[in-house]
Design a protein around this ligand. Structure first.
Ligand SMILES: Nc1ncnc2c1ncn2[C@@H]1O[C@H](COP(=O)(O)OP(=O)(O)OP(=O)(O)O)[C@@H](O)[C@H]1O
Length: 686
């Protein structure tokens, strides 16, 4: 059964989403009759080893004239050929057998953990070297190796045997833990912990390891079985000190004294049965763990049932109540806080690099929401990750600048930051809300603890009391009863989980929050609540938001300005209301006609013909041209630049400017003042 679990782990099918709901949730597997049987058996064996000598005071090595006598009142399990008491030997032998099994398994598990976690999380050369080491140990046949090693140490005591067994049995566990770590390290909650500045070892031991407790327990128990069997085999072969009683040692003496020939079954059956029963007990316990953490084996969703029985969260306070604030606006409100200048991001995947973000320039002002829309694959997430510098290879920023303006007016190019400076910048000045809250929250940590983690990482001097007060304040800010800080993510609704993510993003009062599809997984009603919450928090706390979604109608409700991306490029940028009133780019028009509005008059939904282009083989000229209903002869030839149209009403306010990358607007009027009141060249009728 452990093999089931371990094989599933290696193939990545244990279903992270179905993991036990809390760090020790897998202990609930112990409710099954099978597992309980295993636990009771194991407890009996441990009691036998610990307390047996108190009740059976006979010396296991004392000889007597009562040889080879079957079980009787005087000798409950009979005697050996020298009149020694079999029960006394069995009890005494249980100590060495169990001690060897558990200590060797503990040492092997520690080795597996260190090597598996380090290889899986650190990756690169460390992974290659550590994986090579475990593969070498895996292919060495362990029993012959143990036989050789113990043969080379004829005087070796139990400690040497334990060390030899642990050294030969860590590799399989390390391999399993490495595979699981590899999958966990890409999970959003680990990314989020990394982004919030937690150290590598803290991430390994606090975020990754607790998610593997069930696997560690399963690895440990199966190693105990293996170690007990190995010790018994070595003793049976006479490779250990046979004057020290163990179950294997009893079998050695029974075999050498021809107990089978004399029909003295009471001599060899009890130790054999004990080994088999301990193996069975540990296997039953392992099965319980396996059954609980493997969704395919789990019959009853105990955790789900419990979660359903939990009291509901209190209703959210109304957003009107929230917006009742000082209303004071920051003195720098409206100034550019982040300027993305000619940013280019490429994926280096072997052949020609794929340019997922191509020469993008955008400005974000303090206190505004800049919406970024586009179909799947248009480069929105790549842009979000690049802005927050959370992009991972094969993504690489190959050009541009990310200019952040501090409140004192000084500017920093974020692309020049690295190491601690980057970690300090992220979350302090700019945070991110990721797509799926269930993935971005560690399922095994209470939500209060997860908010506290960011505080601990960035405010090491802050006392526990102050941190706890801040956690409560943040939960209240996002409309969650602070009493729920002890809840686990699975005990909250999808909307509440996403609000927890927003609370985490707000922990350090950043100036900018990047939100990458934060409402995609939610139903429309919850989406609306989250959007209202974001707007009210923004008005209250004056942060700026880059909000990324493919849902243009949502952006129009939420954003001050909208940028539309197609094939990695910005093809239109405009104030939201102007954009809604009159989208210029044919792609924007199609996109707008693809979604129903969240409110307002119904529109006919037409969509966009065709599919987004392959970024590795873009068409010549305008990349939207093959899908464009208004393409004309210049479109395949000329790549349209992003044209700056004159601001609305001739105003010089850049917040009111419009830009579009379409040859339809490539007239002499573009970029000049004197256009119509919409800011669109008058000759253009859209
Ligand atoms: N890991 C990767 N390796 C290679 N190319 C990638 C990788 N991730 C993304 N890309 C390329 O970058 C393009 C943009 O991807 P990105 O995820 O940024 O788009 P998106 O607009 O956010 O889409 P979605 O809404 O589906 O998340 C993809 O079409 C793909 O060609």
């Amino acid at each position: 059964m452990t093999t089931n679990l371990l094989a599933d782990v290696e193939s990545g099918t244990t279903g992270q989403e179905d993991r036990p709901a809390s760090r020790f949730g897998w202990l609930r597997g112990f409710r099954s009759a099978r597992t309980l049987t295993g636990v009771v058996l194991m407890v009996l064996f441990v009691l036998m080893a610990l307390l047996g000598p108190v009740f059976v005071r006979t010396d296991p090595s004392a000889v007597s004239d009562d040889v080879l006598s079957p079980p009787s009142g005087a000798h409950l399990l009979g005697t050996t050929h020298t009149g020694q008491d079999v029960l006394a030997q069995l009890i005494d032998g249980s100590r060495i057998s169990l001690l060897t099994g558990f200590v060797a398994a503990a040492l092997a598990t520690v080795l597996s953990l260190l090597i598996g976690l380090a290889a899986g999380y650190l990756g690169g050369l460390s992974d290659e070297l550590l994986s090579l080491l475990s593969n070498i140990f895996l292919v060495i046949p362990s029993l012959p190796l143990v036989v050789i090693l113990t043969g080379a140490l004829p005087e070796a005591g139990s400690l040497a045997i334990i060390i030899v067994i642990s050294l030969t049995s860590w590799a399989w566990g390390a391999r399993v833990l490495r595979a699981q770590t590899l999958s966990l390290r890409k999970r959003d909650f680990v990314e989020a912990a990394r982004a919030s500045g937690e150290s590598t070892w803290r991430i390994i031991f606090r975020e990754i390891l607790p998610n593997q407790t069930a696997i560690v327990a399963a690895t440990f128990l199966s190693t105990v079985i293996g170690a007990i069997l190995t010790q018994a085999s070595l003793a049976f072969l006479g490779l250990t000190d046979v004057t020290q009683w163990s179950w294997g040692g009893m079998l050695y003496w029974a075999q050498n004294s021809a107990a089978l020939n004399y029909g003295a079954w009471w001599w060899f059956v009890p130790p054999g049965l004990c080994i088999a029963l301990v193996g069975t007990a540990l296997s039953l316990i392992n099965f319980g763990i396996d059954e609980f953490i493997n969704p395919r084996l789990r019959s009853a969703h105990i955790a789900t049932k419990n979660a359903r029985n939990k009291p509901m969260a209190r209703r959210l306070p109304s957003d009107e109540a929230e917006s009742d604030d000082t209303g004071a606006s920051s003195p720098t409100h409206g100034d550019v806080v982040l300027e993305i200048r000619n940013l280019t991001v490429e994926y280096q995947t072997g052949g020609d690099p794929i340019r997922a973000v191509d020469d993008v320039s955008l400005q974000l002002r303090r206190g505004e929401v800049l919406g970024i829309a586009g179909e799947s694959g248009s480069g929105k997430s790549t842009l979000a990750y690049a802005i927050t510098r959370l992009h991972q290879p094969p993504a690489r920023i190959t050009g541009g600048q990310l200019l952040y303006t501090h409140p004192d007016g000084s500017r920093t190019d974020l692309l020049t930051l690295s190491g601690k400076a980057l970690t300090a910048f992220r979350w302090e000045e700019m945070s991110i809300v990721l797509q799926s809250a269930m993935n971005a929250l560690n399922p095994l940590l209470r939500i209060g603890v997860q908010i506290d983690d960011a505080l601990q990482a960035h405010r090491p001097a802050m006392g526990a009391g102050a941190r706890s007060a801040r956690v409560r304040e943040l939960l209240e800010l996002v409309g969650i009863d602070p009493q729920r800080s002890a809840a686990y993510p699975h005990e909250l609704s999808g909307g509440m989980r996403q609000r927890v993510m927003i609370a985490i993003a707000l922990t350090l009062d950043p100036d900018v929050i990047v939100m990458d599809e934060p409402t995609t997984a939610l139903d429309v009603v919850t989406q609306r609540q989250i959007l209202q919450r974001i707007v009210s928090l923004k008005d209250r706390l004056h942060f700026a938001v880059i909000f990324i979604t493919h849902d243009l109608s949502m952006l129009i409700e939420l954003s001050d300005r909208i940028a539309v991306m197609y094939a990695g490029r910005v093809v239109e940028e405009a104030p939201a209301k102007h954009f809604y009133a009159r989208p210029l780019h044919p792609y924007s028009q199609g996109l707008l006609a693809s979604f129903p509005t969240l409110s307002g008059a119904k529109r006919v939904l037409t969509g966009i013909a065709g599919a987004p282009p392959d970024l590795g083989a873009l068409p010549s000229g305008c990349s939207f041209r093959p899908r464009c209903p208004r393409a004309f002869d210049r479109c395949p030839v000329v790549e349209p630049p992003l044209l700056l149209l004159a601001p609305t009403g001739g105003s010089e306010d850049v917040a009111g400017r419009r830009q579009v990358a379409c040859l339809l607007y490539d007239g002499a009027d573009a970029g000049r003042s004197g256009t119509g009141s919409t800011g669109i060249p008058e000759k253009v009728q859209v």
